[in-house]
Write a protein that binds this ligand. Structure first.
Ligand code: HAM
Length: 424
């Protein structure tokens, strides 16, 4: 019998594992320096936690099961509902603002394609308990801080910022009813990815007139710099505070020096149903979104907690990994092994000394390896190179030589003197 990995699920051979660790280390480093604390949640949750307000699209992509007790469960497709559940359960005991991050492994039964798999890691940054747009700015700043950390310039990746309530006011003015709203938003979210006729058909289906559909298209296409003044002039009722939020967001992000990475874009409404305010996606030209998020002020209440301001985003490792690899942005050393010493018996009768040195090096916390097979020095040096070792230690009867493999530089010393260098 022959087994393959399940469709869309991922094997991580050591080479892929190095890229995964490079990404996860950078996510954690950037989270911590921006003042976020780490949390995690279970892999399995009640099915309903994800169907209650995540939206149609994600509900269709759940890996769900019934356990032996007949309970309906699902593997987490995202962590935001779990976060809301956890915070709601302890809301009075948690000091605010809650600034938390997580690096969960998630599953969605999507059609596997470039940038989308059925299993992925997702960096989550969230601020809970803050109503003001300052919290949205904090999340966006952290997102940009990461983009800069891994070497993306504002020309490589833009954070495209929209406002769900502004677009909802616009849709309402064009006759979209409360019942049709989620479908209309889903159509707008899909607009850049589907043919114009399919988009128009989705809006016609919820009863929109052709003139309204083209009016909305024009409005959404407003260039970034003109969006805030244009919405302000359009006299959209009920969206005054949201326009003010966009202005304030721009002021804060300008003061923090990351305005170059930001573009306002009303196409961004997000596919998930729980967003209530500012929404954004990090996008590299021609690629699926690298990250997405926004404000979701009602989710805590929906999962049984009090009303509480909440905002954040998620970034997956798949599009990010492709972009980093294809643009050569991963520092060379990160994809090689991280071995410090490869110890070689350079003369017959020194193998026991090799074992002794390896054991002592490991005991001092240095990474050290040796070849299981007794073979010539040349072969062992090749092996040291293949393993990405920084130094080869060539052991002879009278002493040893430490060779730096990158430069070929070699220093000779006694075994005792070498071990002493480990102590400093
Ligand atoms: P999302 O837009 O569904 O948002 O996912 C965010 C990011 O996760 C995407 O931009 C993408 O990088 C990655 N992603 C999503 N699905 C897949 C997939 N099938 N394969 C690979 N990568 C994928 C959320 O999940 C929200 N819960 C984010 C959030 C946190 N909002 C507020 N806080």
């Amino acid at each position: 019998m022959k087994f393959n990995a399940v469709k869309g699920m991922r094997d991580f051979y050591p080479e892929e594992m190095r890229l995964r660790n490079y990404i996860l280390d950078a996510w954690r480093r950037v989270s911590l320096r921006n003042g976020f604390e780490e949390y995690d949640a279970p892999i399995l949750e009640s099915l309903e936690l994800f169907t209650v307000k995540s939206g149609e699209e994600i509900a269709e992509q759940l890996f769900s099961l019934t356990d032996r007790g007949g309970r309906n469960l699902a593997i987490r497709p995202e962590i935001t509902p779990s976060l809301a559940r956890m915070v709601a359960a302890k809301i009075n005991a948690l000091p605010r603002p809650i600034k938390w991050f997580s690096l969960p492994r998630l599953c969605r039964a999507e059609r596997p394609q470039r940038g989308r798999l059925r299993e992925f890691f997702q960096w989550n940054i969230d601020v809970i308990g803050v109503e003001s747009v300052q919290a949205d700015a904090e999340c966006i700043f952290t997102l940009v801080d990461f983009l800069r950390e891994v070497g993306f310039s504002p020309d490589d990746v833009k954070v495209r910022v929209g406002s769900r309530p502004v677009v909802m006011s616009l849709l309402k003015r064009e006759g979209v009813t409360e019942e049709g709203m989620d479908k209309a938003l889903l159509a707008l979210d899909k607009r850049p990815k589907i043919p114009a006729e399919a988009f128009e058909a989705m809006l016609r289906e919820i009863g929109m007139a052709d003139s309204s559909i083209s009016g909305i298209g024009d409005f959404l296409d407003t260039p970034s710099d003109e969006i805030v003044p244009r919405i302000a002039q359009s006299g959209l009722s009920g969206a005054e505070k949201d326009i003010e939020d966009l202005r304030e967001l721009e002021t804060v992000l300008t003061a923090m020096g990351v305005k170059d990475y930001i573009a306002f874009d009303l196409h961004i409404v997000r596919g998930l149903a729980y967003y209530t305010g500012v929404v954004y996606e990090a996008i590299a030209e021609g690629e699926r979104a690298l990250a997405g998020g926004g404000r979701y002020d009602n989710l805590l209440e929906i999962v049984g907690g009090p009303a509480c301001g909440a905002t954040g985003f998620g970034m997956g490792d798949v599009v990010l990994g492709l972009l980093l690899t294809e643009t050569g942005k991963i520092p060379a050393g990160c994809l090689k092994g991280t071995l410090e010493y490869f110890v070689i018996d350079a003369e017959d009768g020194t193998f026991e000394t090799v074992l002794e040195i390896v054991s002592k090096l490991r005991g001092k916390g240095a990474s050290a390896e040796y070849g299981f097979k007794r073979q010539g020095v040349g072969r062992q040096l090749k092996e040291a190179d293949r393993r990405g070792a920084k130094h080869a230690v060539l052991v002879q009867k009278g002493g040893l030589a430490v060779k730096t493999l990158a430069t070929g530089e070699q220093t000779e010393m006694s075994v005792a003197a070498f071990m002493k260098t480990m102590e400093s």
